[in-house]
Design a protein around this ligand. Structure first.
Ligand SMILES: [Zn+2]
Ligand SMILES: [Zn+2]
Length: 336
């Protein structure tokens, strides 16, 4: 089978022996395609993952071999995510499932950018689901990233109709804005790139170009009786955007952090204190968020058609480079 592995500054496709179940519980799936996640880019660029790693986890796949207590059978087309919480530890009991040691340890093997993948019985029991018949494979690949957004909305725990600003309209910002709207919020998106602003508007969510901060601030004041927004969702990975978030959120408001930033600059302590801000992070999805994600995709409340640019597995390196260069919004690697 073909796999795509990290090799220094590149991702290279090579051939290895096919994997089989060999008596294990779980399933071997043929990967039909896999979305390229922002976290794959970070792991590759910051050299967090060593040479030989197969990245990719947003897979759409078809079962080719199965040994499971579940109803999954050969030929089923499925979506899945890669990590599973234990449900028992201190983190799980306190709702921080993505901090669970078991969650971090579990994965799909060898990774999504591979022709074949092994899914454990735990994956089949907890996070794998059939691809709904009204979704195509590329749409299905948004199951996991949208699940991450659903979790962020839940963690922010905002009252319905809260006014929420999404800063950064990359693929995650576009998903986040739609998820917020679908979950009852009044949403405005902003970005420095007109194309992305227009894209969100075309999906039915209001958006503005925030290049001129004064103008943006005045606009936000005009739609919030002078207060500022109830919450900012930070999907921008830019350190500069932190200041923008602090300027646009109201006193007593919430900032949900959903991206790492290169300089790792924080939110100023005294702003948090004197203005009674809530700053919180959200990382990865829980199984119940994934269920909601699939419902949102299936019902069309979150639209993802046309967001992805499609590359063959042999061109995965190009997909990484184009994503880093902001040439495309989201890459989907077509494997079969
Ligand atoms: Zn992802
Ligand atoms: Zn746990």
């Amino acid at each position: 089978m073909k796999i795509a592995v990290i090799e220094n500054e590149d991702i290279r496709v090579k051939r290895v022996e096919d994997i089989t179940l060999q008596g294990r519980e779980g399933a071997i799936v043929k990967v039909l395609g896999c979305g390229l996640c922002g976290s794959d880019i970070v792991k590759f660029r910051e050299k967090i993952s060593p040479n030989g790693t197969v990245l990719g986890h947003e897979i759409i796949a078809q079962i080719v071999e199965v040994n499971s207590k579940t109803d999954f059978k050969i030929g089923d087309k499925i979506v899945t995510s890669h990590h599973i919480p234990c449900g028992e530890c201190l983190y799980c009991k306190n709702g921080n499932v993505s901090m669970c040691e078991h969650f971090k340890k579990t994965n799909i093997h060898p990774g999504g950018f591979s022709e074949l993948v092994y899914l454990s019985e735990e994956h089949l029991l907890n996070v794998a689901q059939l691809l709904p018949s009204n979704l195509d494979e590329v749409e299905g690949s948004f199951y996991e990233p949208l699940g991450c957004c659903v979790r962020a909305v839940r963690r922010a725990n905002l009252p319905e109709k809260s006014k929420v600003l999404v800063i950064g309209l990359g693929s995650i910002g576009i998903l986040m804005a739609q998820a917020l709207k679908a979950m009852g919020m009044e949403v405005l998106g902003c970005d420095l790139i007109d194309e992305r602003v227009d894209l969100l508007k075309s999906l039915g969510v209001d958006a503005i170009n925030s290049s001129d901060l004064n103008k943006t601030q005045n606009y936000i004041k005009s739609i919030t009786d002078g207060y500022g927004v109830d919450a900012v969702f930070m999907t921008s990975g830019s350190d500069k955007a932190i200041d923008v978030a602090l300027k646009l959120v109201r006193n007593g408001g919430t900032i949900l952090v959903f991206a790492s930033t290169p300089l790792n600059l924080g939110y100023a302590n005294n702003e948090i204190y004197y203005r009674e801000l809530t700053v919180l992070g959200s990382y990865s999805p829980a199984p119940e968020d994934l269920k909601t994600s699939l419902e949102l995709l299936k019902s069309g409340k979150v639209k993802v058609k046309g967001l992805s640019t499609i590359y063959d597995l042999d061109r995965v390196n190009e997909a990484f480079k184009d994503t880093v260069a902001n040439k495309i919004l989201k890459a989907y690697i077509k494997v079969k």
